[in-house]
Design a protein around this ligand. Structure first.
Ligand code: DGY
Length: 325
């Protein structure tokens, strides 16, 4: 019988990484998004000590009970709202993720959405393609230069957005649970309400948790200027989508750029798809060849390190690792 650790792979791996994993582990494939307890026998599940998966795998008490020998699960994502971290920690299951390598890519989409909104670039493309240009000029748009960018959340991605915004001469303000020493010289810390009241572009960079769910709601949106844009490249449910749709319909804010929504994939029947003052993307913040490769490299390294007794680079619940040591 093989002495290699058995691992669940619930992500599409490049062939070289699959070979790397197969050299030291027995791979058990579980289709992306399917629950291991639905596709694997109890006997197989009892032998699984590691897993690499996407956000589509819900790591909850049921899954942890179904994989009693699991020691590490490596998320192919920086976000870990698919994981019940407290339940994993209490069962001594180490959770890893992929921070840092996607900061630039997500920041780029944030800036892209901002430019699309202010300069109406998506409508401009349709205007030219349809021949409407031959009948008259495209309506004037708005500058972003000199306009205040507000960041709700100043973590790694927020800092890259702030740095990039400096190239657009945008004053940057932010609100966080606490002031970030690394943001000194980059952005000014303000109170939460002031952030919503003052920003011309308000970009969300906080993780999704029970505390942050719908934390941008009717009240926050009502504080915003009618000329302001909301951008969300973090997680859809951080923003109360029904309240946002209401604000967009009423014109109480100027527009929204969304890479994430409450329901993904977003159905075409969503009212968001009808609104002319919205630019939508398909949760593609990190979706470039280079960034996704860096993320999957990190996810696989995290898994192999943890299984091999070496401290992984990125841990969500490092206390589990410390307790092992
Ligand atoms: C992440 O890594 O969290 C991105 O949103 C992709 O899911």
């Amino acid at each position: 019988m093989s002495q290699k650790p058995k691992i669940i792979v619930s992500v599409t791996l490049p062939p070289d990484l699959r070979d790397r994993l197969a050299a030291s582990c027995d791979i058990i494939d579980v289709p992306v998004g399917q629950r291991p307890e639905e596709v694997l026998s109890a006997e197989t599940r009892a032998q699984v000590s590691g897993m690499v998966c996407t956000m589509k795998t819900k790591i909850d008490t049921g899954l942890l009970e179904a994989l009693p020998a699991l020691t590490v699960s490596s998320n192919f994502a920086v976000g870990f709202d698919n994981v019940d971290v407290a339940a994993a920690t209490s069962r001594k299951v180490l959770i890893c993720n992929t921070p840092r390598v996607l900061d630039g890519a997500v920041a780029d989409v944030t800036i892209g959405l901002m430019l699309c909104l202010a300069r109406n670039l998506v409508a401009g493309d349709a205007f030219v393609r349809s021949g409407a240009w031959t009948k008259g000029a495209f309506p004037l748009t708005r500058d972003i230069r000199g306009k205040t960018l507000g960041l709700l959340g100043m973590g790694r991605i927020g800092r890259v957005v702030a740095r990039t915004a400096q190239a657009f001469d945008m004053p940057v303000i932010y609100h966080n649970r606490r002031e970030d020493p690394e943001a000194k010289g980059l952005a000014t810390y303000v109170g939460r309400d002031e952030l919503f009241k003052t920003s011309e572009v308000l970009s969300v960079h906080i993780p999704l948790s029970a505390e942050t769910r719908h934390s941008v709601g009717k009240r926050e949106l009502s504080l915003m200027k009618p000329t302001a844009y909301l951008i969300n490249t973090a997680r859809g449910p951080v923003v109360d989508e029904a309240a946002l749709i209401e604000a967009l319909r009423a014109g109480s804010i100027a527009g929204a750029g969304l890479d994430v929504m409450e329901q993904e994939p977003l159905p075409a029947s969503s009212p968001l798809c009808e609104l002319p003052n919205v630019v939508l993307q398909a949760h593609v913040g990190s979706a470039t060849h280079e960034t996704r490769r860096a993320m999957i490299d990190l996810a696989v390294n995290n898994l192999l390190d943890a299984l091999g007794g070496k401290q992984p680079v990125a841990m969500v619940n490092p206390e589990v690792w410390r307790a092992r040591a």
